[in-house]
Design a binder for this molecule. Structure first.
Ligand code: 8Y4
Length: 260
């Protein structure tokens, strides 16, 4: 899953305006490198990030989804928690919802049930603005698993087919370094839910906490984490650097399944 962030500072046209053309070219490049899904997001969920309005989020993502849909045939996932954005994005050509709030926003469960597209349910402790202010767990892997199990049950009860669900432990979302490390060690426990497992570790701060590197120097750390995630059973990896990540996870996966 290649990451396509649609925020004001990304894909500028040289002036103050965002260029859907540049975003489309970035999607093209990730697809050429082997991305199977393009994850389009307009709201930054990085620690401390402020939230944006429905209209602002729609204005960012809808033109880009329409452009990608009309020119390319790779599935598009919409990274949003807002039901209004889910409806509009699927109408514009998205075929998957990636929700870091696991459909807990008012109306989101109903939207997912109505739209009947695959949905990734992610674990987060707290809210993006404050989630890194002293996150606490007794047993992070067990708590994440219990949360995801409960969200899966809610989805099924609300009419979302179980066959459409994907789960994600949410690396970095209300988790300290030790929490992220233990979560990776215990990642295979999530396979008990019998659903595809998505993992996003690309360029995340857990790498900085281990290697003390700025965001543009975290590729090798990202590849190591992605390889471990695949070894542990992840089947979708969300990444910025698609070509490099695919090489790493293909090798990890071939070693994992050899002789089976
Ligand atoms: C540098 C670059 C530092 C990116 C931090 C980040 C996930 C996700 C995000 C994830 C799923 C991010 C939308 C955070 N992470 N969706 N979204 N899983 N399903 N931070 O792990 O990339 S945004």
């Amino acid at each position: 899953m290649g990451i396509l962030n649609i925020t004001p500072d990304s894909f500028s046209d040289g002036g103050d305006f965002f260029s859907p053309e540049k975003a489309l070219n970035h999607a093209r490049q990730m697809i050429a490198e082997g991305a199977a899904i393009i994850d389009v997001g307009g709201e930054s969920t990085r620690p401390g990030a402020a939230s944006i309005s429905i209209d602002e989020e729609l204005a960012r993502v809808i033109p880009v989804i329409e452009r990608i849909r009309s020119e390319l045939d790779t599935p598009i996932s919409i990274d949003t928690s807002k039901p209004e954005v889910m409806y509009a994005a699927v109408a514009a050509g998205s075929s998957m919802i990636n929700d870091v709030r696991a459909l807990q926003v008012e109306g989101a469960l109903e939207a997912a049930a109505a739209l009947q597209v695959p949905v990734c349910l992610m674990h987060m402790q707290g809210e993006p603005r404050t989630m890194q202010h002293g996150p606490k767990y007794r047993n992070v892997a067990l708590e994440v698993k219990a949360f995801l199990q409960q969200r899966v049950d809610c989805c099924v009860a609300a009419g979302v087919s179980r066959e459409l669900l994907v789960i994600d432990p949410g690396f970095g979302f209300g988790k300290g370094l030790a929490d992220n490390q233990l979560l990776l060690q215990g990642l295979d426990g999530l396979l008990d839910l019998n659903l595809p497992l998505l993992v996003g570790v690309s360029r995340k701060s857990m790498i900085a906490h281990m290697l003390d590197l700025p965001v543009d120097e975290r590729l090798y750390g990202s590849l190591s984490l992605a390889s471990i995630a695949v070894w542990q059973g992840a089947s979708i990896i969300r990444a910025h650097d698609v070509a490099a990540t695919l090489q790493a996870i293909r090798v990890s996966y071939m070693c994992k399944i050899a002789g089976k």
